[in-house]
Write a protein that binds this ligand. Sequence first.
Ligand code: FAD
Length: 472
Amino acid sequence: MPKILIVGGGYAGFYTAWKLENWLRRGEAEVTVVDPLPYMTYQPFLPEVASGSIEPRHAVVSLRRHLKSTKIIAGKVTKITHGEKSATITPNIGEAYELEYDMIVVTAGSVSRTFPIPGVADEAIGLKTIEEAVAIRDRILTNFDKASQLPEGAERDRLLTFVVVGGGFAGIEIFAEMRSFASDLLSKYPELAFEDTHFHLIEAMGRIMPEVSLKTAGWVIKNLAERGAEIHLDTQLKSAVGGVIELSTGESFESDTIVWTAGVMASPMLKNTDLPIEERGRLRVRPDLRVHDENNEIVIDAWGAGDVSAVPDLTGGGVGGFCVPNAQHAVRQGKLLAKNLVAELRGEEVHEYFHKNAGAVAGLGIGVGAFQSGKIGITGILAWFMHRGYHGLAMPSYERKFRVIWGWVLNFFLGRDIVSLEARVTPRAAFEEFASRPRPAAPAAAAPAEAPAGHPGPADAPVVVGGAVSKE
Ligand SMILES: Cc1cc2nc3c(=O)[nH]c(=O)nc-3n(C[C@H](O)[C@H](O)[C@H](O)COP(=O)(O)OP(=O)(O)OC[C@H]3O[C@@H](n4cnc5c(N)ncnc54)[C@H](O)[C@@H]3O)c2cc1C
């Protein structure tokens, strides 16, 4: 049976495996997905997870629950030698080993792209994983708790100053959701006033959200300004050392929460393969999603899709001629990839990827959204309903759709949960504080002959109780 190895079970990898399960005949191929995470992350929901509008577990899709006949390996692919059709698997536990395959599908996605700005690597947090979104939510809540106990001053300001770097879609969404969350929280913190909270988004370009028109982007900036969230355009972050934000405009302030969303780059894992990579570090892929080399020759049995790949955009709409890294493409490419793999196995014709951008929709906090499709721009509550409607239905599987949508309904009546579980990062602390421990073994007792007859031993001589050494 041919062995298909899928590297990464995110959007593109999950959909490839999911569709292969439907379309492959029994015994036609054996499919394996390797991913260090046991779930696919629905990344467009991360801003709403960070703002407490979606429960973290509802925004991820269990690989084992939904991929029933696919073999799942919890680990990373750390090397691919396609010349020998062999991949090195570094499992989450145990020694690395070689896995042979017949066809490889590379869908390892992207990672946050940073620049060597002092302090960023140490102080900032990205927004690519569910754990990061949860950490941001807990940080906002914990900082509100701490700030409510402090008098006015620099320390309180620092706790209540929130910074986002990058004014793309993800950056604006997290910024707006954080603002919405903080404004909501204020009703539960009578010690704090609206003016005590500060929100800054730093964007190097002269505009935000390149996916929407200038008019729609302008509306978003104005709306956020009215909600007390400032966007610094044409501004660069110069330093974030020790949480002290220094901007290219000369402005400086302190922040305890710096979220970095200024771009992504293809998974660096690619560098450890013999597969062809283009100038921007992405896998070279043809429109039919087969990998090709510099001379446009097909690399047999190697396929790629999603953020990790440079897939030509045949609509002519992509940046530099390639599909932009988004879920809209990753999902559709994953489905086509499954179809093409089946076609290849059966000796049938493969198809090229063609998808005209369906538009963009952003959630900007409860009741606020922005939508753009061609020249049509919609803002406000209607766009917010469109955001929730689209993403609620786009979530893979009815089980997940139901959890997310039901959660929204519950929140509508009950409000969002505002409890920080930040203590989960030290889950044993409470237990350890009061746990009894065996007393340390005392040094071997001194020879009793040294004490004169009739004298007791030294006051702190150990007493042996039931084999254990203790002191009275
Ligand atoms: C905050 C945010 C909001 C977004 N909102 C939208 C939106 O509204 N609309 C939209 O279209 N797009 C949106 N996107 C973009 C979209 O989520 C991505 O383009 C999409 O997830 C890409 O899918 P992928 O399969 O290529 O990568 P991913 O979904 O990132 O999956 C990659 C997988 O590969 C795994 N992996 C990585 N390295 C290895 C390795 N060495 N071995 C094995 N496995 C590995 C990872 O663990 C991961 O599971 C958003 C992204 C973010 C971060």
